[in-house]
Design a protein around this ligand. Sequence first.
Ligand code: FES
Length: 257
Amino acid sequence: MSAEKTMKLNLKIWRQKNADSNGSIEDFQLDGVSTDMSFLEMLDVLNEQLISAGREPIAFDHDCREGVCGCCGAVVNGQVHGPDEETTLCQLHMRRFHDGDTIQIEPWRSRAFPVIKDLIVDRTAFERIQQAGGFVSVSTGSAPDANTISIPTRDAEKAFDFAECIGCGGCVAACPNGAAMLFTAAKVAQLVTLPQGKLERSSRVLTMVERMDAEGFGDCTNHYECSAACPKGVPIEAIAVMNREYLRATFLSPEGA
Ligand code: FES
C-alpha cells in the first residue's frame, strides 16, 4: 500500500509566448501535490488552477505518458528529464521531491530546437534526419518472412539496444554542443546491424549526416552527456558505429559493398 503524502512546491517555469518573443522564468506555488503523481500530472494540476483563474496554462508536450512515444521532455533543475536515470519526464514521480522544494523547469535548449511555446520545442529537425535515410527501402516481406532470416542473437540484441531510441531530443539538450550524434547514430547503427539494413548502408549514413549538419546541430566532442541523459540508455557505442560507417562510406562509392 502506498503511503501517499502531499507537498507544497515552488515552481520556476519557463514561459515564452512564441518563437519570436523573449521568454522568462515565472514563479508558481503549488500546494497539495501528491507524492504518487507523475511529474506531468503535477503540471496538469497546476494548469487546472491556472485555467480556473483565467490564466494561460503551461504548454508542454506529451502523448503516451508511458515512456514510449518520446513526446515529453524538459530540463528539471538542470537535468534532462529530471533526476532519475533512464526515465522519461512522464515516468518521473513526485515522490522524488520533498515538501518545500523549488523546482526549475525549462525547455530543451538548442539552436536546432527553437522554442514554440513555454516548454514545447520544434523537434522536426529529427524527422528530417530520419526522412533523409533512416529507413529500409527494399521489401522485407511480412513478419513470418523476417523470422526466416537467421540473425545472430548478439546482432539482434545489439540492434534492439540502438532501436530503444524514442527520439525525445534529450541527447541534444544534454550535449554542451547541441549535437544530434546519438539520435542519428542510433538509427544508423540499428539498421546496419541487421541484414535488411546493409544494402543502403553507405547512402544512408552519408545523407543522414549531411542532413544532421544542415539542421544546425553542433559537433560531437566526446562529452558522453547524450548517453548519460538518454532515458532509454542508448549506448554511446552507436556513435562509434556511425563514425565507422561514415568513414567506410566516404572511401567507397555509394552502395559499395
Ligand atoms: S509522453 Fe510519451 S514518452 Fe513521455
